[in-house]
Ligand binder design. Sequence first.
Ligand code: ZN
Length: 162
Amino acid sequence: MGFAKIIIHWTAGGYKPNSTDLKHYHYLIDGNGNVNHGIYKPEDNLNCNDGKYAAHTGGGNTGAIGVAMCGMLGFKNKGSVGAYPLKSKQVEACFKLCAELCKKYNIPVENVWTHYEFGKNHPTTTSAGKIDIIYLPPYPNVKANEVGGFIRNKIRWYYERL
Ligand SMILES: [Zn+2]
């Protein structure tokens, strides 16, 4: 079995990944837009039964690549985003990385979801109620329920240019 999906997160931390973040995601885009590699490789999530995998999406880790943008510590809502709102160069780097991963692992862009979307679609998992990603600071007019579709369109744009 190959990879089924990519789940996009924010870390709810600062602009640099900490040691916990590096355990939980395969790729982490820091505040400078640089891609950091986590401790586990995507291939480690093809089989999660050995306990050696990046636990990023409760109820959905098997066959799932976890991509996180570093930031959003202290986010409460659109009017109170905290001191580490995701930056434009950071979110664009994330969309581009996801396009590259879709191509490399033959994952349809339709199978890229935010953690928020996964939780909504799997209400009995621990991912239910997750708020990453209900708000994209560089695109403040995109509504919570539209963020996932917005991101997939962005990824398609990058995919077509690879
Ligand atoms: Zn998450």
